[in-house]
Design a binder for this molecule. Structure first.
Ligand code: NAD
Ligand code: TYD
Length: 349
């Protein structure tokens, strides 16, 4: 039995990871620590609510006493840190919370893990701290080239800068204490349970409600889209078999301009759901401050070392995603109405 402390496991990627792991393995126990901010939603976890290998704890990764207590109570083998403030637009308005959760929260987790795992002559056997990071720490690309693991960090937004700060602290724990750590830096994820402040679920929700589709600037910024399940698989592989002290980039080989994404969603909804949804809903709006132009990853290292590659093409993944939102309209209604905030009280008290 391997015990994971997964943080942020009620958010978008974290909940997909918890569901993926508990479906794949019978010998995995997950302690899921999540503060349940606006982005955390226990409804994402209803399929594992009765699973004895899933233990949910509501709390903050910055809380030293709480995290220390979890290490004392459970024999934790792996930490996988998803918990973060994750939205660039919010970070532009409120940078402090990004520094608190993303940097100080990571330092607290590293420190509590170190206290629990460090031995006189090294480290407890088989333990690992894994940091879920982002390609945004590398900054912005021009028309050509890709982010490599060796690309110098050059973050621009308060969000990406806080994630870069966290990555440097993880590296410091490896360089200074030889702590067994790994980092993955992934591109933009999409899929089920994605909070509708991010581009793809926002577009789907707005299309279904005949609302404007806001496109920042000229709509030609490029993101490399990664289906969330492919990302979960990559993290599982890196935590188990990645080399200690290493960074692995995880990308989808699915670069698209934002306007291509918008038109793809509109076309699918128009053809399959509601013919009255057309490109007339597209509305060009003021650009994001400091808007990174292009992100792109060549995931060669993870492919060569661990055999991972993005299995889901964008054409397949986007249809699966839109279908999921169509099949789960109630989830979207709860998330956008705020009703989900009461879900915890209803389900767990
Ligand atoms: P999300 O915003 O959907 O979920 C974040 C989760 O963390 C929420 O459940 C929230 O309640 C929890 N949380 C926030 N602050 C906390 C705190 N102080 N203590 C405990 N829990 C806290 O984010 P996501 O999109 O699932 O991203 C997960 C991770 O992946 C983040 O670290 C993010 O930087 C990284 N990432 C995301 C993407 C993407 O496309 N979504 C891309 C690259 C990297
Ligand atoms: P987002 O989903 O916020 O992810 P990130 O900023 O981390 O890449 O945005 C993806 C891209 O879509 C980004 O270039 C900003 C753009 N965007 C819009 O054009 N309109 C929107 O309403 C949103 C939320 C994003």
């Amino acid at each position: 039995m391997k015990t994971y402390l997964v943080t942020g496991g009620a958010g978008f990627i974290g909940s997909n990871f918890v569901l993926y792991m508990l479906k794949k393995y019978n010998d995995v126990k997950i302690i899921n620590l999540d503060k349940l901010t606006y982005a955390g939603n226990l409804e994402n976890l209803k399929d594992v609510q009765e699973n004895p290998n899933h233990i949910f704890v509501q709390g903050d990764i910055c809380d030293k006493e709480l995290v220390t207590g979890l290490f004392e109570k459970y024999d934790i083998d792996y930490v996988v840190n998803f918990a973060a403030e994750s939205h660039v637009d919010r970070s532009i308005k409120e940078p402090e919370i990004f520094a608190n959760t993303n940097v100080l929260g990571t330092v607290n987790l590293l420190n509590c893990a170190k206290n629990a795992w460090e031995r006189e002559n090294g480290w407890k056997e088989g333990v690992r701290y894994h940091q879920v990071s982002t390609d945004e720490v590398y900054g912005s690309l021009g028309e050509t080239g890709y982010f490599m693991e060796t690309t110098p960090l050059d973050p621009h937004s308060p969000y990406s800068s806080s994630k870069a700060g966290a990555d440097f602290m993880v590296k410091a724990y490896f360089d200074t204490y030889n702590m067994p750590v790994t980092i993955t830096r992934c591109s933009n994820n999409y899929g089920p349970y994605h909070f509708p402040e991010k581009l793809i679920p926002l577009l789907i929700n707005n299309c279904l409600n005949h609302k404007d589709l806001p496109v920042y600037g000229d709509g030609l910024n490029i993101r490399d889209w990664l289906y969330v399940e492919d990302h979960c698989k990559a993290i599982d592989m890196v935590v188990r078999d990645g080399r200690v002290g290493e960074v692995y980039n995880v990308g989808g080989h699915n670069e698209r301009t934002n306007i291509q994404i918008v038109k793809t969603v509109v076309a699918y909804v128009h053809d399959n759901v509601d013919a009255s949804v057309t490109e007339e809903l597209i509305k060009y709006v003021e650009d994001r401050k400091g808007h990174d132009r292009r992100y792109g990853i060549a995931p060669d290292k993870i492919k060569e070392e661990l055999g991972w590659y993005p299995e889901t093409t964008f054409e397949v993944g986007i249809v699966k995603t839109i279908q999921w939102y169509l099949d789960n309209r109630q989830w979207m209604e709860h998330v956008t109405s705020g009703e989900y905030q009461n879900y915890y009280d209803k389900m767990y008290n």
